[in-house]
Write a protein that binds this ligand. Structure first.
Ligand code: HQG
Length: 180
């Protein structure tokens, strides 16, 4: 992604996941906002943004973080919210194993409490080792935890699969973690 795309993606993550009020926006309860409203609010806050750039970010974003509605009028983040939004995700059966990339300094606490969602709506899990490694790497030398997702699901935990391929669940109790 080029510099404009990365900067716009960070801006959209901030206003569509965490702090829409920063630029005077309000998301609906499913996290959507009118594209025209977003463009107007961005412009009022001094941000250079237009429809073609927005569409490029949605299309080319490395993790497909955002979606435009089918009628082209609204936009939202696919996942990663700290705001309480209802993404209307249906619970689905996960693969037997999922992965979580983290760093060593969190391990004692994770051993005690399992994986917790912190400020986000869900714990984020990756479908493969490589993705988990990239997630962990954001914070330093990555450590990969293996999550027994199939067993969790059979024992009553719900899993969701976001439109951009991230697995989500409310928490992962430590008994479902394998330490590799
Ligand atoms: C850790 C990025 C202590 C957890 C990525 C993580 C992902 C605990 C950090 C998405 C803990 C939370 C999410 C416990 C979990 N004690 N630490 N009990 N349980 N942690 O950023 O999974 O670029 O909220 O291991 O690619 O790192 O934003 O979650 O290190 O998909 O689209 O607490 O964010 O995507 O950090 O990343 P985060 P995450 P985007």
């Amino acid at each position: 992604m080029d510099r404009d795309l990365i900067s716009t993606s960070k801006f959209l993550s901030l206003v569509l996941r965490h702090q829409p009020e920063k630029i005077g926006l309000r998301l609906d309860d499913e996290g959507w906002v009118e594209v025209d409203e977003l463009l107007a609010a961005a412009s009022r806050s001094g941000r250079k943004l237009n429809r073609p750039l927005l569409e490029r970010v949605v299309r080319e974003n490395d993790k497909q973080r955002f979606a435009i509605s089918l009628d082209g009028r609204r936009i939202r983040a696919n996942q990663g919210h700290s705001l309480a939004v209802n993404l209307r995700l249906q619970p689905v059966e996960p693969p037997e194993l999922l992965y979580h990339g983290t760093v060593a300094k969190f391990l004692d606490s994770i051993r005690n409490d399992g994986l917790v969602r912190g400020t986000r709506q869900y714990v984020h899990l990756s479908p493969d080792l490589e993705t988990a490694r990239r997630v962990g790497q954001r914070r330093g030398q990555p450590v990969i935890l293996v999550v027994e997702a199939g067993r969790m699901c059979r024992e009553g935990h719900l899993f969701y699969h976001s439109d951009n391929g991230v697995w989500l669940t409310e928490q992962v109790p430590a008994v479902y973690l394998r330490w590799d």
